[in-house]
Design a protein around this ligand. Structure first.
Ligand code: ASP
Ligand code: MG
Length: 422
């Protein structure tokens, strides 16, 4: 049987018609290798941002349904253009949107999850020898409503398609050459990783290394789909392979360092120290669809019999979070204030090699201390240690950690774009 390769090209790879022509060539090359090819594309360039801006010009709070109707059009443009470009080079191609295929999602707007993908139409067209071009980022509910998967969601569309089709691999073509030990804009001598495990990639993604949509890696892990992240402009470089940890040899305790500058910290002061309070608080946030990241509850104060609960949320959810908390204060018996700190960054080290290797945390804290960086919160998982620090310290912290864990390469990586907002 022929192998199926799913390829995904992001917005920068299809930013104009010249680039779309190049994408068509890369797609055809894979077809010429003797594989069946399904291509997933994002909207051209900054189309999604532009559509969002128009929506916000018209309404401070556009409805989720109409927003999804609008944003899903971006991908509709690129699939048709890419199919034409492939046809123009003499190959048979057909484009489909999510409704036509049946990329079924839950009934949630702007961050829907895929629940099922119908494969009949895909299989039939592959059997007819066609190259299939699919719109990323979008889905459809059982009622026929259009949904989107969240910003950057085309990666997830691609991996979900690869899983549904039992594909050999999902290749994510992007504007970087792979996954790096840290952001090369912060550390020019960051190294490209040849391989990384799903779990490490997930932790790095959640820690703020936004190479991939985290849900794409979750899906790849769940269905054991090997992923490759590679540059659509430098095809001689094979990029980074993401796969199960059992297929890897691990030499270093830390694989990567990441900084997440997108969060804000909230402290709810003087929360009664009794059962059910945290449950109520976080259930309320969950019901509002607000994801919470780090959580710390202080040791209970004896005299007042209260705790402080501190946690971080995406800055985009900050207003919603504070509103939800204010509405809950009386019911919970919170007597203190709700403090907000937007000037923070989460700096994380990630590596499957830190399991069973003592001293990694102490090296991290010592390194930060030597840099005079104050740690505001700490959280850990089996393969990650995160410290919340002042935003102004983030760059220095990342550079020092990258160096102490010996992640530097001999070469200076090619830098794309401006320094993230540090
Ligand atoms: N076009 C969407 C976005 O900009 C989806 C994607 O690029 O993956 O977020
Ligand atoms: Mg994108």
């Amino acid at each position: 049987m022929r192998k199926i390769i799913v390829q995904k090209f992001g917005g920068t790879s299809v930013a104009d018609t010249e680039k779309i022509k190049n994408v068509a060539k890369t797609v055809i090359m894979e077809k010429e290798n003797g594989n069946d090819v399904v291509v997933v594309v994002s909207a051209m360039g900054h189309t999604t941002d532009y559509l969002l801006k128009m929506a916000n010009d018209l309404s401070p709070n556009p409805s989720g349904r109409e927003l999804d109707m609008l944003l899903s059009t971006g991908e509709g443009v690129s699939i048709a253009l890419l199919a034409m470009a492939i046809q123009a080079q003499g190959y048979d191609a057909v484009s489909f949107n999510a409704m036509q295929i049946g990329i079924m999602t839950e009934n949630v707007h702007s961050k829907a999850r895929i629940v099922d993908i119908k494969t009949d139409k895909l299989r039939k067209n592959l059997n007819d020898g066609k190259i299939i071009v699919v719109a990323g980022f979008q889905g459809v509910t059982e009622d026929g409503e259009i949904t989107t998967l969240g910003r950057g969601g085309s990666d997830t569309s691609a991996v979900a398609l690869a899983a549904a089709l039992n594909a050999e691999r999902c290749d994510i073509y992007t504007d970087v050459e792979g996954v790096y030990t840290t952001d090369p804009r912060i550390v020019p001598k960051a190294s490209r990783l040849d391989k990384i495990s799903y779990d490490e990639m997930l932790e790095l993604a959640y820690a703020g290394a936004n190479v991939l949509h985290p849900r794409s890696v979750e899906t790849a892990k769940q269905f054991n789909v090997p992923m490759r992240v590679r540059s659509s402009f430098k095809l001689d470089n094979l990029g980074t392979l993401i796969l199960g940890v059992e297929k890897m040899e691990i030499y270093k305790p830390v694989a990567g360092v990441a900084a997440d500058l997108s969060q804000a910290r909230i402290v709810v002061c003087d929360v009664p120290d009794k059962p059910g309070v945290a449950a109520k608080l976080f259930t309320k946030l969950a019901n509002e669809n607000i994801s919470v990241d780090m959580i710390i509850q202080s040791y209970a104060r004896k005299v007042s019999n209260t705790n402080d609960i501190a946690f971080t949320v995406d800055r985009a959810d900050l207003t919603k979070t504070v509103e939800a908390l204010e509405s809950l204060k009386a019911d919970l018996g919170v007597t203190g204030e709700i403090q907000v700190d937007e000037g923070i960054a989460k700096v994380s080290i990630v590596g499957a090699g830190m399991i069973d290797r003592p001293g990694v945390a102490s090296t991290m804290f010592t390194t930060l201390a030597q840099q005079g960086v104050n740690i505001k919160m700490i959280s850990t998982s089996e393969i990650k240690i995160s410290c919340l620090v002042d935003k102004a310290d983030a760059q220095r912290a990342v550079q020092a950690l990258h160096s102490v864990f010996e992640l530097e390469s001999d070469e200076v990586a090619e830098v794309k774009g401006d320094l993230p907002n540090i």
